[in-house]
Every structure is written in structure tokens, then in C-alpha cells.
Design a protein around this ligand. Structure first.
Ligand code: GLN
Length: 507
């Protein structure tokens, strides 16, 4: 049964339809594998065996009653611990929320449970999703299944480890500045940030509301596409969510369209496509292996009929300050609700209301979260608002217009670049220098600032056998087009991509 760990969503679907396996068997294999191995990787904050088993039993009963098989029936799912699941701990990897159990499910959780997934657990992350290495988790630092002395990337580190190690087939993460794509690239899995609005954020504990998006990770593009097809859609609980079916030209992803996509060859997908290579991203600051992998991808894309042209963006050099001003400002507003009264653990020895607030916040938040709240509060304060927050929003608009020009005037279908200038680094290597850590997001942040869909696809290994991830970005709401190109890129990388040593040792 261990071979199930390496299967795809459609493999499981076929086995289940042919009655060769039961949903409960799938649940047990994944749960046991996770329990046996996670002491090495620390991906889980909480295992939810009883939930997965009861969901699996419900599927087996439906099959026994002759009901049609749901699209993601019996697919093991790991959820980042900032997504609300009714009655289960949802900690955001923070001491402040250690004992918090939500009273409702996030919309995406509801949708994926209704589609038949089996929830195997809530997984590790940087506290409140602030970080790039998962080392800001107040619970425990998570480790990369390719090399246990390296970080898995963050903030959705646990979600990436779960897919790369075979603890789950699909994971959900959240991405504010790269938190799905960066860990996906460090752990050798696929991770997608959909266009802003395609997936409801209701039930996601907010970091920076104008940038946050929930998205799927998996070991294959096709599984990411299937997950997204079940997650997307307008939600009355999130006024920024979009009914994609009402937007002309947006073909809504369906299970059938994903099956058709799978059959297309890279040539069919890439013929006549114009792809922009963001040249600055493979300049001096990038690892040589990452640069070589990107240039190799360019060659392979061209060989299949795409045209690749170098592009450079004037405002790209400002993305880090713009992102850290906007995201920290929004975080300072969003995190004001954690006061120890309505939300968050209450300090025990406070003498009056004001000290109750301040001691609760002092004890509850970790150092990186405090740093962001202070930066954001300062940037929003009267007298500084225009110089920092407003200015950052103005540069964000200019950046967005630059991307629009590339896509709509110069007619690029997509943009290509590495997901990160380097591969996974050692635990502890960047913890003393927040700025060094922030630089990990230099390639991923623009998609959040501009609301564009972006995906990281594994593309070979570096000299230390650590995965390299390449990123594709597409015009806003062209999530389906992005996935088609990602299918092609994945096929072109096939000979170079493998599975993590941890998973390889188990199947
Ligand atoms: N690493 C970035 C940050 O710390 C992005 C985090 C995210 O996408 N949630 O803000």
C-alpha cells in the first residue's frame, strides 16, 4: 500500500473507481507515513487522524451506496495553520493562538472537504505568515526533506514539506509575498498563487489583506490545477472574491478541462507563445545553478516553439521597500484585534486594562511579528503616512502599470524567472539579519503587489542536490493560461526532476 504515497490525484480516482482501494486505506497509509517520519521534518502542528478517518469512511459509504465519486475523493490534504477548521487548533504558529479553536471552517476548507479531501493535519508556518524560512514559527523550526539541515522555505513551510515528503497529496498555503511559491521551490514541489480574488479569503487569518491569497501545492501541476478548480469562486463572505465565470474570457477551470490539458504536448501549448525573461533576476545576485537552470528552460521553451525575449522592469527594484511598507501597515491594522480580550491568550498578572493589552501582546507575539507591527504603525502614523504608506501605494500602481504594458501592449503571454535567486539555505544562516531574509522574496513579491497569478515549478537540482524552482507569471485572471504553460514547463523539466530522498525511501 505504500506505493499510494507517490500517486497522483487521478491515479487515486481510478483506483477508487475500480474498487481496488478504499478511502480508509488511503487515509491510513498517509497518516501512518506522516506519524513515522515527521519527527525528522516537524511539518505538523497538529495531526487530525480522526477527522481524516471519518471523512474517508463517509466516502466509502457513498461509494457503497452507488453515489458518484467526488473530484478529490480520498485525496489527503494538509492545511496551513492559519486556515480555520471548525473545532481544531488554528494557531498561526503563534503562542498567542495556542489554544484557539475556530467556530467555523474557512470557505476553501469547506469547499475542499465537500470535494472529498481527507484532512491529515494542520501544518507549520512562520508566525502569522511573516517569514521566508519557517524559522519564525513559535512552535518549532521545520526542516527540508531534501536536506534536514536546511530550511524548507516559508512561510508555508509545513505545507511544502507535507507534499514533498508524501504526508499529503495536496496542501494549502497562503501567499502574501511568496509564501506558497518560495517553500514550493525549496522543497521541489509545485505551488501556485492564484490571481487576487480568485479564491475566497474568508477564514484565513489575515496578514495583509490586499496581498493575501490562498493557493494549492502538490507534486504535479495537474494536481494543483485540480485543487484550484475546486477552491475558486465568488464567496458572499469575501467581498474581494470574484465570480470568474461572469468575467468574459476567463475559462473556468473544471475537472474536465484539466483532463484535456493533461493530454496536450509542450509543442501544442507553446507554439506561438511569447514569453518574457526578467533578466535582472538572473544577474549577479543569483546562484550560478539557478541562472543555468533558467537559461536551460529558455532553450527548451524555444525548442518547442515559444519565443523568449529579455525584459526589464524599471520599478522592480523598489519592490522590497514597497512590499514591506504596505504589508506591515496592513498587518499592524489586522493584528490590532489580538488584544488578549476578544482574541488571543490573556495575560495573567495585568493590573488594569491597558497593561492587560500590552502584556498580552508582549507575551503573545514573537520578535518578527512585533517588528512588522512597529514598522507598520510607524508608516501609518500621522505625519509619516504620506511619505511612506501613500508613496508605497503610488509606486505599487506604477509597477502594476508596467506589468500591464508588458501583457497588453507588448503582448507577452507570460513572464519567466527563478522563484528565488538561491536554493534552500541552512537553518540559522539568515536569522540574525532580517534584510538578508527579506531578499529571498525579491522575485515573488511583484505578483502580489500587482495581483497577478504566479506558479513555481521544480526544474532540476543544484550541485548540493537541492531543488531549483522556476516561476511563471501571467496576466491577471489568466490562471488557466498560466497552468497550461506550467504543464509544458513541467514536462520539459521531467528528465531533471525527482522526488525528495525522504519520500523516495518510503515508496
Ligand atoms: N516572506 C514574506 C514576508 O515575510 C512573505 C510572507 C508571505 O507571503 N506570507 O512578509
Amino acid at each position: 500500500m505504500k506505493e499510494l504515497l507517490g500517486k497522483s490525484v487521478s491515479d487515486i480516482h481510478e483506483l477508487l473507481s475500480a474498487k481496488k482501494i478504499k478511502a480508509v486505506e488511503v487515509a491510513k497509509v498517509f497518516l501512518e507515513h506522516a506519524k513515522a517520519n515527521d519527527s525528522k521534518t516537524s511539518a505538523f502542528i497538529c495531526h487530525t487522524d480522526e477527522l481524516a478517518l471519518s471523512q474517508a469512511e463517509a466516502i466509502d459509504n457513498k461509494i457503497a451506496n452507488g453515489e458518484t465519486l467526488l473530484p478529490l475523493a480520498a485525496i489527503p490534504l494538509a492545511l496551513k495553520d492559519n486556515l480555520c477548521v471548525q473545532g481544531y487548533p488554528t494557531t498561526c504558529a503563534s503562542k498567542f493562538l495556542e489554544n484557539f479553536k475556530p467556530e467555523y471552517d474557512a470557505t476553501v476548507v469547506k469547499k475542499l472537504f465537500a470535494a472529498g479531501t481527507l484532512c491529515v493535519g494542520k501544518v507549520n508556518m512562520d508566525e502569522f505568515a511573516m517569514g521566508s524560512s519557517n524559522e519564525n514559527s513559535a512552535m518549532k523550526p521545520a526542516k527540508n526533506p531534501w536536506d534536514l539541515s536546511c530550511v524548507p522555505g516559508g512561510s508555508s513551510g509545513g505545507s511544502a514539506i507535507a507534499c514533498a515528503s508524501g504526508y499529503s497529496m495536496i496542501s494549502l498555503g497562503s501567499d502574501t509575498g511568496g509564501s506558497i511559491r518560495l517553500p514550493a521551490s525549496f522543497c521541489g514541489v509545485v505551488g501556485m498563487k492564484p490571481s487576487y480574488g480568485v479564491v475566497s479569503r474568508f477564514g484565513l487569518i489575515a496578514f495583509a489583506s490586499s496581498l493575501d491569497q490562498i493557493g494549492p501545492m502538490a507534486r504535479r501541476v495537474e494536481d494543483v490545477a485540480l485543487a484550484l478548480s475546486q477552491m475558486q469562486g465568488k464567496d458572499p463572505q469575501d467581498s474581494t472574491s470574484i465570480d470568474a465565470s461572469k468575467i468574459s474570457g476567463y475559462p473556468v477551470l473544471s475537472v474536465d478541462s484539466v483532463q484535456t490539458l493533461k493530454k496536450e504536448s509542450p509543442k501544442e501549448i507553446l507554439k506561438g507563445r511569447k514569453i518574457g525573461l526578467i533578466a535582472d533576476t538572473i544577474g549577479e545576485g543569483a546562484d550560478s545553478c539557478v541562472r543555468e537552470a533558467t537559461l536551460d528552460a529558455v532553450k527548451r521553451l524555444e525548442a518547442e516553439g515559444a519565443t523568449v525575449e529579455e525584459v526589464s522592469l524599471e520599478y522592480n527594484k523598489h519592490v522590497l521597500p514597497v512590499y514591506y511598507l504596505i504589508s506591515s501597515s496592513e498587518a499592524s491594522a489586522n493584528l490590532a484585534r489580538f488584544d488578549g480580550v476578544k482574541y488571543g491568550a490573556r495575560a495573567k498578572d495585568a493590573k488594569d486594562l491597558n497593561s492587560l493589552y500590552s502584556i498580552s501582546r508582549q507575551e503573545g507575539f514573537g520578535p518578527e511579528v512585533k517588528r512588522r507591527i512597529m514598522l507598520g504603525t510607524y508608516a501609518l502614523s500621522s505625519g509619516y503616512y504620506d511619505a511612506y504608506y501613500k508613496k508605497a501605494q503610488q509606486v505599487r500602481r506604477l509597477l502594476l502599470e508596467e506589468y500591464d504594458k508588458l501583457f497588453f501592449e507588448q503582448k507577452f503571454d507570460a513572464l519567466l524567472m527563478p522563484t528565488c535567486p538561491n536554493t534552500a539555505f541552512k537553518l540559522g544562516e539568515k536569522t540574525e539579519d532580517p534584510l538578508k531574509m527579506y531578499l529571498s522574496d525579491i522575485c515573488t513579491i511583484p505578483a502580489n503587489l500587482a495581483g497577478l497569478p504566479a506558479i513555481s515549478v521544480p526544474f532540476g537540482l543544484d550541485k548540493k542536490n537541492l531543488p531549483i524552482g522556476l516561476q511563471l507569471m501571467a496576466p491577471r485572471l489568466c490562471d488557466d493560461k498560466l497552468l497550461r504553460l506550467a504543464f509544458a514547463l513541467e514536462k520539459l523539466a521531467q528528465s531533471k526532476s525527482t522526488v525528495s530522498p525522504l519520500l523516495a525511501a518510503s515508496v
